[in-house]
Design a protein around this ligand. Sequence first.
Ligand SMILES: C[S@@+](CC[C@H](N)C(=O)[O-])C[C@H]1O[C@@H](n2cnc3c(N)ncnc32)[C@H](O)[C@@H]1O
Length: 218
Amino acid sequence: MITLSKRLETALAHLKGADLLADIGTDHAYLPIMAVKAGFAKRAIAVDNKEKPLTIAKKNIREAGLANKVDTILSDGFSNIDQKIDVVSILGMGGIQISEILNNAKSRDWKRLVLSPNSEARNLRDWLENNGFRIVEEDFVIDKRKHYQIIVAESGTMLLDDLEKEFGPLIIKERSKEFVNYIDTLIRKLDHALENAKQDSQKHKITTRIAKLKGLIE
Ligand SMILES: C[S@@+](CC[C@H](N)C(=O)[O-])C[C@H]1O[C@@H](n2cnc3c(N)ncnc32)[C@H](O)[C@@H]1O
C-alpha cells in the first residue's frame, strides 16, 4: 500500500479533473498512481529520464493494479511524449530545471501545472510570469522538518515582485502558521549574521533583507 508524504498528498489534491496527467520526474510513480486511484486523473503517464526509477515505477503501477491506466515513458522532460496532456506535475527538482523542462516542451496546451521546486522557486515563478501563466493556488508545506512550496498555475498573466517570486504571492497572502514560523527562523539566522558582520555594506545588505522579511509577516 502506498502512503503519500504530506508534500505529495498536498500536491495530489491539485490534480483533480485531469484527463491525462503527465508526472515528469516520477521516480516511484506514487503521484500518478494515487491520482488515478483517487479518480482525480482518468489516465496518467509516469515519466522519468532514467531506467532504474522507471523499473520501480512499473512494479508499483503493476502492484496497484493500474497497468491499463498508468503508462511509463523513458523521456527527458516532454521529448518522447506525443499524447495530449492536460495536467502536468513536476515535483522534487530545482526551479531552473523545472523551467527548462517546461520551456523545451513542443506544445504548451496544458490546463494546469502542479509544480514543486526544491530550490530556485524565484526562477520558476519568473518563467511562469514570462510565458503566459498565472498562479491560481499555492501551498507552503512542512514535511519531515523540510519546507516545500507547491505552485499551481494555469494559462493567464501575472506580475510578481521579487519577494512574491521567491516565496509565492498566495503563500504570502495566506500567512499560514508554518510560513510565519519559517520566515521567523530566517530572520533569527540573519539577526545572528548581522551581529557577526564586519563591513558596512554587508550590514546594510542584511538589514535590508531583515526588513523585507519582517514586512511579510507583520
Ligand atoms: C528527486 S526525484 C523526485 C521524485 C518525485 N517527483 C517526488 O517529488 O517525490 C527526481 C526525479 O526526476 C528525474 N528526472 C530528473 N531530470 C529529469 C528530466 N529532465 N526528465 C525526466 N525525469 C527527470 C530523476 O531521475 C528522478 O527520478
